[in-house]
Design a protein around this ligand. Structure first.
Ligand code: DON
Length: 590
């Protein structure tokens, strides 16, 4: 009954490319998918995947496994995601075909104000929304996990929390992970963590971060998780809430007992659209992920990418021009739907996709200054025309945030992405709790047109207001065919999440890759501003790069990004799961 084997990574030599002319593609290591008939969990950490598969072995369902994996990730990736942050969950019931979306993202505190990050001169204070107490949004992870488990879990709440408590109490061996490594060196956020006494105490030995190979024990976090196992409300109204609120008061933070008490996860209607014979459902606002994933697919429309060939310059060009359009619309229209009207239907209408498709010149890249958010108010869907916009180029963040994908024996599926935003969030641990607090407030537009840490710009729709949810790019996605589970995917990576998920889905649905190849092969990214086409170094061959440059794309070769995972079902009903080889995740199967 057991097929637990770490998938082997194999050289790309075995991967055949369709178009001879463009076949000198670089040496990405492909991961082989794990196969199982009975259930699968894939996450960004092997120990978290183990926690999930244990629940399936005990007779739990996809929700039990997802909740156990999420809590376990909170312990083994404390720098990336956790109970001090928030996220989104999408779930599919194979029996009813129902798709549900849960929003347990952080909310702005009651005392937050639109201009809270502006200095006296009206300028955004650098790092105010990134480091320290003012950067923190009211966390939602515990409430979200409890809500989905209360409704749909089969095993007990205490049972699904057990593996995480054990990992925190007994410790686990730190791996040679990019994020830990970056903290050994000169990561600009290192000092922020060191400045916080509780964080320094847990993650360093006298100011030196624990090294890969060493064991990290998180006793405070174990106690906190035990309290949550006994009473999940302790996070929002009990001793944990009091610890968070009193530390906030002492340090000029805004989150109060009232904020914590008022926190509610929200069930939302997923956004869904058709692509070829598949129905693709994803996270609606306040994530921008689902809307723009579907918008890009709509713009690609019935263009036969497959016969062009994987990563053919025409296919890349079309995707990139569609990405620019989507991210420019994001900057104007996307925000928290409980505060602003987000024109989801209009953005996803076939007529709008068709209009915007007509803007694309297949021979020439459009400079981002010429790509504008569409005019959705006009009955004739007038295309944009005026003034340029600009944005400074910011460094790309790497592997924070985390995604997990679970499919149980009945093919019920959960796709869940959660985060504390940047590495070690706001750089704050609430004393005595082991909870690393998020810096999700940076996902708001601190001022119109001023880019956040991911270079994303926004406007009124994503301005700050009390209890409002900052706009996200997280894109947990589930694909069905004829009402049955086909695949699920998601990823971390800030602004690149949407385009990562897009490419993984196209790799499976359009290019017939197995999920191992789909999460491994080189990728591209464009987010409108800055006007650059990011390409993984060694990801495209010289002829393709030359062709794209000739069309006017400003290519920026960068280190690889992303750390997602996916599960798909093959025609004989076998589940295939794989984690991105850029990270250390792995699948576990029953
Ligand atoms: O919600 C968002 O879009 C971001 N806070 C996600 C952050 C992230 O993926 C960090 N990873 N590099």
């Amino acid at each position: 009954m057991l097929t637990v084997a770490k998938p082997k990574r194999v050289a790309s030599a075995i991967f055949s490319f369709t178009i001879l002319l463009y076949s000198q593609v670089a040496s990405a290591a492909l991961t082989l998918p794990l196969r199982s008939k009975k259930g699968m969990v894939v996450s960004a950490h092997p120990l978290a995947s183990e926690a999930g598969i244990l629940m399936l072995r005990k007779g739990g369902n996809a929700v039990d496994a997802a909740v156990a994996t999420t809590f376990a990730l909170s312990v083994v990736e404390p720098f990336s995601a956790g109970i001090g942050g928030g996220g989104f969950l999408l779930m599919h019931s194979e029996k009813t075909g129902d798709m549900k979306a849960l929003d347990f993202r952080e909310r702005a505190p009651l005392k937050a104000t639109r201009n809270m990050y502006l200095d006296a001169a009206g300028k955004v204070s650098p790092n105010a929304s990134i480091n320290g107490y003012l950067a923190v949004g009211t966390p939602g992870t515990v409430a979200g996990l409890y809500e989905v488990h209360r409704r749909y879990g089969k095993l007990s709440w205490r049972e699904v929390m057990k593996p995480a408590i054990a990992l925190a109490k007994d410790g686990f061996i730190l791996s040679d992970m990019v994020t830990w490594r970056s903290l050994q060196a000169n990561d600009p956020r290192k000092q922020v963590v060191l400045n916080n006494p509780a964080a320094r105490e847990i993650f360093t030995r006298n100011g030196e971060f624990y090294q890969p190979g060493e064991k990290l024990v998180q006793r405070d976090l174990a106690r906190t998780l035990t309290a949550i196992a006994e009473n999940p409300q302790s996070f929002y109204t009990g001793s944990i809430a009091r610890a968070i609120a009193s530390d906030m008061v002492k340090n000029g933070g805004l989150i109060s007992l009232e904020d914590l008490k008022a926190y509610k996860p929200i069930w939302r209607t997923p956004v869904c659209g058709n692509f070829r014979k598949a129905k693709i459902c994803s996270m609606p606002p306040p994530s921008s992920g689902g809307v723009h994933l579907l918008q890009i697919l709509n713009i690609i429309g019935d263009t036969d990418l497959k016969s062009l060939g994987w990563h053919h310059p025409d296919a890349i060009h079309l995707m990139v021009e569609a990405m620019k359009i989507a991210y420019s619309d994001r900057s104007k229209y996307l925000g928290d739907p409980d505060f602003v009207k987000v024109p989801v239907q209009e953005l996803l209408s076939p007529a709008y996709a068709k209009k915007r498709r007509q803007e694309i010149n297949m021979q020439m890249a459009r400079p981002s200054t010429e790509v504008k958010p569409g005019d959705l108010n006009s009955k004739c869907l007038r295309l944009p025309s005026s003034s340029p916009a600009s944005s400074p180029c910011l460094p790309h963040e790497s592997l924070q945030t985390t995604h997990l994908t679970v499919v149980d024996g009945e093919h019920n599926a959960v796709s869940l992405t959660f985060t504390i935003n940047l590495i070690f969030g706001a750089g704050i641990v609430t004393p005595g709790t082991g909870i690393v607090l998020n810096n999700e407030m940076d996902d708001f537009a601190a001022a119109p047109g001023v880019p956040n840490a991911f270079g994303l710009v926004g406007n009124d729709a994503n301005s700050i207001a009390p209890r409002k949810t900052p706009l996200s790019s997280m894109t947990p996605t589930i694909v069905t065919e004829n009402g049955h589970f086909r695949m699920a995917a998601g990823a971390p990576g800030g602004s690149t999440i949407i385009t990562q998920v897009l490419q993984v889905i196209l790799n499976v649905l359009e290019y017939n890759m197995d999920v191992g190849a789909a999460v491994s092969v080189p990728r591209i990214h464009h987010q409108w501003l800055p006007d650059e086409l990011r390409v993984e170094s060694w990801g495209l061959d010289a002829l393709t790069l030359q062709d794209l440059r000739r069309r006017g794309h400003k290519i920026k070769e960068t280190t690889p990004w992303g750390n997602g995972n996916a599960i798909a079902v093959t025609s004989d009903g076998t589940l295939e799961g794989a984690a991105d080889p850029r990270g250390e995740g792995s699948p576990r199967g029953l």
